[in-house]
Design a protein around this ligand. Structure first.
Ligand code: SAM
Length: 330
């Protein structure tokens, strides 16, 4: 059984936002603090998330990533992971994206509950700059999070770094050095127009090609695979055989919508078929309204068919979605 869209793409990857709240104030995401938060009663319970996930997996979803907001702000995430892990082996990959702040406290319980992988965000290796970018003096905590992920055997540990012109694009080589020394995968992400301040501009985007060339000039890189399938990142290894990996995610300058296999569920139960969707599909009301399992399946299948062929960031008529990355779930 496979969930298909109307453009012959198979949907295999579900991203679930557990909360729209965040304890960081990254200037490129929440520069003015949190936008109005969803009302508590609209947020899906873990039981609802587990029910929906079981249906998605029965429809061919192979990967689930828990995100937010900051997912670990939600209490008892290991309890949710335990119920999602029961969906294996149909579910092949259960992952979490976190800013790392609370990760060390929960890492062991998450591993024992069945979490397969973790991605930790890290936008600077410099304490002052980290504070300037995120609004929180927590670089040491993020390093501790990376260490605990590695020591617990979450392999490979991935690091997300959003690169923004004039803020952290002078750290590309240091980041690559960090990947080599720590044997982690650093994924450089182009800045997308999903910020609550609507301050995004093309001049702030550092193109993926420039990121690769800058690193390649110091640490020669070798492309790992000539096709990235439905993956977002072009992955490179170090030509000298050093451990570590570089990933380049370039949704703005090298659109990869044609191979997109993702669908998203917001914390308040809306399906989003694209990060840049301007419409949402209210699955929460469907399940809370007493729909049968069969009717819920029909709703999900019909929604998948509405998945947009591509984003329009580079078109003159592009309209930034009103919901920010923190709400949609990155
Ligand atoms: N709080 C978690 C974290 O910090 O990883 C999970 C949610 S966060 C929205 C997920 C990822 O999206 C982070 O790596 C973050 O840097 C990235 N992100 C947020 N806004 C972005 C934007 N406008 N463009 C590109 N990436 C963005």
């Amino acid at each position: 059984m496979a969930l298909r869209d109307a453009h012959d793409r198979i949907i295999r990857d579900l991203r679930i936002s557990l909360t729209d709240r965040c304890n960081f104030r990254c200037f490129y995401c929440l520069p003015n603090g949190e936008p109005p938060l969803a009302r508590k009663e609209t947020i899906l319970t873990f039981e609802e998330i587990a029910y929906i996930s079981e249906i998605f997996v029965s429809l061919g979803i192979e990967k689930i990533r828990l995100t937010g907001g900051e997912p670990l702000i939600r209490r008892e995430v290991p309890r949710l992971v335990t119920s999602l892990a029961k969906l294996k082996p149909g579910l092949q990959d259960l992952a979490l994206t976190t800013n790392g702040f609370d990760f060390p406290r929960h890492a062991k319980a998450l591993k024992e509950a069945g979490l397969d992988r973790v991605t930790i965000s890290l936008d600077s290796l410099d304490r002052e700059k980290f504070l300037d970018i995120t609004g929180v003096d927590a670089l040491d905590k993020v390093f501790t999070a990376i260490d605990s992920a590695r020591s617990l055997g979450f392999e490979p540990v991935k690091i997300n770094a959003v690169i923004i012109r004039g803020r952290n694009d002078d750290e590309l080589v240091e980041f690559a050095g960090f990947a080599r020394e720590n044997g982690v995968s650093i994924r450089f992400i182009e800045f997308m127009p999903l910020d609550s301040g609507h301050d995004w501009s093309r001049e702030m985007v550092v193109p993926g090609r420039e990121i690769r060339d800058t690193i390649n000039a110091v640490f020669p890189l070798k492309l790992k695979e000539t096709s990235r399938g439905s993956e977002t990142a072009w992955k490179y290894e170090f030509a000298d055989g050093s451990p570590g990996e570089i990933g380049i995610i370039a949704p703005v300058t090298e659109m990869f919508c044609g191979a997109c296999s993702r669908i998203r569920l917001t914390a308040d139960g809306q399906i989003r078929t694209c990060l840049f969707s301007t419409v949402e599909h209210n699955l929460r009301d469907v399940i809370r309204g007493g729909a049968s399992r069969e009717q819920t399946v029909e709703f999900i299948e019909a929604t998948a068919l509405k998945k947009e062929p591509r984003h329009h960031i580079n078109d003159p008529e592009f309209v930034q979605p009103s919901r920010t990355m923190s709400f949609i779930g990155g």
